[in-house]
Design a binder for this molecule. Structure first.
Ligand code: MRU
Length: 368
């Protein structure tokens, strides 16, 4: 993706320095664009846990490189295995909901185990992490190509009038390695000359929509409008939303979708108003081991201060201000689960399918 005419991915290995992985620190976007260098396992743990990076596919890519860096810093010989086991535990404990984290760690760990010497293990971990991020970017690109067909069809029915797409949180290129999941069809449509306009949910409490999705769309030149989280239902009742496209942090085998808190309410409003509700995901975001999303997906609870305080730019400085009465407690569930019955379809790198087990398994027969 481009920022000021320069192409970026969200994560990359520093040129001529395989011990340094660069990320875009998202905490102060859109006001500060900062590239951070991660060099130690602890740097990776902090970056994921404290949301310097975020979004399911990017969390996966960061964890993959984190385990590679852990292998580099692990002692030779007997202590190596124990060091790696501890590293996996630390990385797993950063964020509980996005399944890409666990899938990426599994993949790098099993590649690493195939090596016999430390240097072989490090090399395998490095190769696998590189393959994983390249594959993740390609999957997002393909999601865009499949989703484009849906937008094209609506645009034709509207006789070229802008297609109004509502999205929640940030499932854009900054949540992934490149392209995004929910935004990938939007960028593909915009680049194909189809008129699109995006309603961007601000996405309290961390405002990933207002801060990050808006920043991305602005940089790509896509017309958009930021809306308070509770505006979507009203827009849908008045025919101002043609479709909803969101991402996901974990989708079950039966099509239940965990995504940023508030997604479920958008799905209910879409259902009530006959607005198509699509979920975009690469295969790394499926959890093939569970069926019942509401009962089985672990929901992250974050610090209540993310609700009590709000961050923005004041006098040219990033500042946090208290929003609530000092003594009022707050609660901060990071995600909710949208049941499959409210999902019109899943847009994956292999194509589009209904949100039910048999349709999903037709696309992914190896997951039976
Ligand atoms: O808490 P976050 O910012 O990591 O949550 C991100 C989301 O909920 C995204 O919508 C989801 O990860 C899909 S990202 C392609």
């Amino acid at each position: 993706m481009r920022i000021n005419d320069q192409h970026y991915r969200t994560i990359w290995v520093k040129e001529n320095d395989p011990g340094t992985v660069c990320i875009i620190d998202q905490r102060n976007l859109p006001h500060e664009f900062v590239i951070e260098e991660l060099k130690t396992l602890q740097d990776f743990v902090t970056a994921i846990r404290d949301m310097h990076v975020r979004g399911a596919p990017l969390i996966g890519g960061t964890a993959a490189y984190g385990l590679y860096i852990a292998a580099r810093e692990a002692p030779e010989g007997l202590g190596f295995e124990t060091y790696i086991e501890q590293a996996v535990i630390q990385l797993r404990n950063t964020r509980p909901t996005a399944v890409d984290l666990f899938n990426a760690l599994e993949r790098v760990l099993s590649a690493l185990k195939e090596g016999t010497t430390k240097s072989e293990k490090v090399a395998r971990a490095f190769q696998t992490a590189n393959e994983l991020v390249d594959e993740s970017a390609e999957h997002c690109r393909l999601i865009g190509q499949h989703g484009l067909e849906i937008i094209k069809e609506i645009a034709e029915k509207k006789g070229g009038q802008p297609v109004n797409i509502l999205t929640h949180c940030n499932a854009g290129w900054l949540a992934c390695v490149d392209y995004g999941t929910a935004t990938s069809p939007v960028y593909a449509a915009h680049d194909a000359g189809i008129a699109v306009h995006v309603w961007v949910d601000e996405t309290r409490p961390r405002n990933q929509g207002a801060r990050i999705t808006a920043f991305e769309l602005l940089n790509h030149g896509v017309p958009h409008t930021v809306i308070p989280d509770n505006t979507g239902g009203h827009l849908m009742q008045h025919g101002m939303v043609d479709l909803v496209i969101v991402g996901t942090d974990r989708t079950t085998k039966s099509g239940d979708v965990a995504n940023k808190i508030g997604t479920y309410l958008k799905a209910l409003a879409a259902h009530d108003n006959g607005v198509p509700f699509y979920v975009t995901l690469p295969s790394s975001t499926f959890d093939w081991t569970i069926r019942d999303g509401v009962k089985e997906i672990p929901i992250e609870q974050r610090n209540q201060d993310e609700v009590r305080f709000i961050q923005g730019l004041a006098d040219g400085k990033i500042t946090k201000v208290l929003l609530t009465p000092t003594e009022s407690p707050a609660v901060n569930y990071g995600f909710d689960v949208t049941p499959a019955r409210l999902v019109t379809g899943l847009i994956t790198e292999r194509g589009i399918c209904a949100a039910n087990e048999s349709a999903i398994l037709q696309l992914y027969p190896e997951a039976v």
